[in-house]
Ligand binder design. Structure first.
Ligand code: FES
Length: 101
């Protein structure tokens, strides 16, 4: 994280973006023009926006934990953790991946 409160976010193999610390992954991905599942349009109820995140993120809150518990597949892949993009906030330099990009 830099002194101006921004962090570096890599979406897949794209060049890094600088965004404000504390932003939700969901908005960063949409603004970057990358596709992301969003059946509930960011309301935090559908699971569709699940992404793999490597790096410091907000603690998993009760709502996000309930969604993650509904996932049929794994929630960890190496250092990456499966997070709900419309609920999880970026806390430091991170890399974000999905199973479809
Ligand atoms: S868009 Fe539905 S849970 Fe995030």
């Amino acid at each position: 994280m830099s002194e101006d409160g921004t962090v570096e976010v890599r979406l897949g193999d794209d060049p890094p973006l600088r965004v404000a610390r504390g932003r939700r992954v969901f908005g960063v991905v949409i603004e970057a023009g990358r596709p992301i599942g969003r059946a509930c349009r960011g309301a935090g109820v559908c699971l569709a926006c699940g992404v793999w995140v490597t790096g410091p993120m907000s603690p998993i809150g009760e709502d996000e934990a309930a969604l993650i518990a509904r996932r049929a597949g794994p929630t960890a892949r190496g250092a990456a953790r499966w997070r709900i993009a419309c609920l999880a906030r970026i806390a430091g330099d991170v890399r974000v991946d999905t199973d479809y990009w």
